[in-house]
Design a protein around this ligand. Sequence first.
Ligand code: FES
Length: 108
Amino acid sequence: MESRIEEHPILGVQEKGRIVKFTYNGKEMEGYEGEPIAATLKAAGVMVHRYTKKEHKPRGIFCAIGRCTDCVMVVDGQPNVRTCITPLKEGMKVETQYGVSAEPFDKQ
Ligand code: FES
């Protein structure tokens, strides 16, 4: 069973665009253009989007409407991008966020 969000209870039916390539932590992946990045990652089984700055606790999709910031990631070098409301585009570079960086804590 695919875990893609087909119909969001608040945002409604998600339109599928063309298939585009992007990278997630350096790994090439595919998703639907215009679909929220978080939905694409969830469909691929990715549940952790960031680690908290102080306690290094994992966080992922929570509200899915752009309110909680649990889904923020580093996108094209920009930290704190709310992936649940940011549309996927061709060639995006999506990275797990550690505090406010894409560098794992042991390398900061
Ligand atoms: S899941 Fe809450 S802002 Fe994205």
